[in-house]
Design a protein around this ligand. Structure first.
Ligand code: B16
Ligand code: MG
Length: 217
């Protein structure tokens, strides 16, 4: 049975995707590369450097390693200006209650995010203390859909992967969970996350037991 819960950050805990978009958009505009909100969907769960490669491919452009590092820093500085302003009001609906219920019910609670800014974001949102385990972009070498982030989360929580349940909003994240041998609950539309065990629109109004009951036996 499930004893640990691993949460993605962007799109599950907080809607940081729009700030990622605004920051990448500013860079893309400067580079004269067309980049739309729709394109941004492809960046969800993808690492910073891989995101830049996707944007460069949209403009059929290339960069040297040094130019890439500068571009990534430029994007992250813009992004930091946005997330610096995050407060507890920016938690997605139901997140705090769901995490508190999970802890009270005895589940281990972990974060599995590709973001190198994850700890800073949790601090801004005021929920760092609700996590037993945090694995983020600084701890991994392979971004989702590689299972590394979730396998390290399970390891840090001293749990077998099959005891863990993942909460994800991105296709790459659902694939990462499955590659780790973990079931995944999709947050969002079933049509967008057909590989998830099942989807829920948000964590609002649900307890962990409500969710676990829906898992295929
Ligand atoms: P950073 P997640 C991911 O977070 C985002 O979905 C993805 O869009 C972003 O590029 C990645 O983090 C890296 O973020 O530039 O802050 O290191 O969904 O895995 O929580
Ligand atoms: Mg996400």
């Amino acid at each position: 049975s499930v004893t640990g819960l691993l949460f993605d950050l962007d799109g599950v805990i907080c809607d940081t995707a729009r700030y990622h978009f605004l920051a990448w958009k500013q860079l893309a505009d400067r580079l004269d590369i067309p980049f739309t909100l729709e394109d941004n969907d492809r960046l969800k769960g993808v690492s910073r450097t891989d995101s830049l490669d996707i944007i460069l491919s949209l403009g059929s452009r290339t960069m040297t390693q040094e130019e890439k590092e500068r571009a990534c820093k430029e994007k992250n500085d813009i992004y930091l200006d946005y997330i610096n302003r995050l407060t507890a009001d920016d938690l997605l609906p139901g997140v705090r209650g769901f995490l508190e219920n999970a802890r009270q019910s005895g589940y281990l609670v972990g974060l599995g995010s590709t973001s190198k800014n994850a700890r800073f974001i949790l601090d801004r949102l005021g929920i760092t203390g609700l996590f037993d385990v945090i694995v983020d972009g600084n701890d991994i070498t392979n971004a989702k859909p590689d299972p590394e982030v979730f396998l390290k989360g399970a390891q840090a929580a001293d749990l077998s992967p099959f005891r863990c349940l993942v909460f994800e909003d991105a296709v790459a994240g659902i694939q990462a969970a499955h590659a780790a041998g973990m079931p995944a609950v999709g947050i969002g539309l079933p049509s967008h996350l057909p590989e998830a065990e099942f989807t829920i629109p948000s964590l609002s109004g649900l307890t962990v037991e409500d969710v676990i009951r829906q898992l295929p036996q």
